[in-house]
Design a binder for this molecule. Structure first.
Ligand SMILES: [Ca+2]
Length: 239
């Protein structure tokens, strides 16, 4: 009986230690926030003014992501002379400790939909003066036969202040200085932009050690109580 008790206790401690709560180091501060676009997207894949900060990500419907109704379609006519399109999010107030940006997109090369070549991230406190905070290449291939939903993640080493965050995305097939290349650039499809703030909950080493100990004590107490209860019932039954 003692052996079974010890075995069960050990398994429970092990399981609960593995199930340690995971602290999110970053939280989105752009959810539900308003934004403006550098140009009108396609009428067929139009923006409803909320799609890019609603937290809803595109899903694959049949064989396609971009037709799922959750993507904003950016045709060749919506990119500028540098092959770029931008989304500027208004966070409502100046936020501190902004340390990350995510841009979500679809890539379906057989449907002429391409992942951005890169996304560049600019921050501003007043909406007029912007400074660049980061630039990340998607690294995505333009080869035929690709169907996927992807994301470009940018993480900063130090937090920055911002009320406005501009996501500039570059069409991968547009060649700067060769405007005639616009005839062959296809589309970009994006479904979400996200601005991330350090939530101050990054676990310290002490937390990592304390939680398993608390879990273990809880399990031992619970198991001990259960054993005592069973013993009590058994004793009562034997009378
Ligand atoms: Ca969305």
């Amino acid at each position: 009986m003692k052996k079974i008790f010890l075995t069960i206790t050990f398994i429970l401690i092990f399981a609960l230690t593995l199930a340690l709560p995971v602290f999110a180091a970053l939280e989105s501060v752009s959810l539900g926030m308003s934004y403006t676009l550098s140009a009108n997207p396609s009428g067929s894949y139009a923006d409803d003014g909320k799609m890019l900060t609603d937290g809803i990500h595109g899903t694959k419907v049949g064989e396609s992501y971009h037709k799922s109704g959750t993507y904003v379609g950016i045709p060749a006519t919506s990119i500028d002379e540098n092959g770029c399109f931008s989304v500027t999010v208004d966070l409502g107030e100046v936020k501190t400790d902004i340390t990350g940006f995510d841009l979500y997109y679809a890539c379906e090369t057989d449907a002429n939909v391409y992942a951005p070549e890169y996304s560049e991230f600019f921050v501003s406190e007043d909406g007029e003066n912007y400074t660049v905070a980061g630039k990340v290449m998607s690294g995505e291939s333009n080869d035929a036969g690709i169907t996927k939903a992807g994301v470009i993640n940018c993480r900063l080493n130090a937090g920055v202040k911002a009320r406005y965050v501009k996501f500039v995305i570059k069409n991968p097939l547009f060649i700067i200085g060769e405007p005639e290349s616009v005839a062959n650039v296809g589309w970009m499809f994006i479904d979400e932009v996200s601005v991330l703030q350090d939530d101050g909950k990054t676990p310290e080493m002490g937390d990592m050690l304390i939680i398993p100990v608390i879990n273990s004590i809880g399990v031992v107490c619970a198991a001990g109580g259960l054993t005592a209860l069973i013993a009590g019932i058994k004793k009562k039954t034997e009378r």
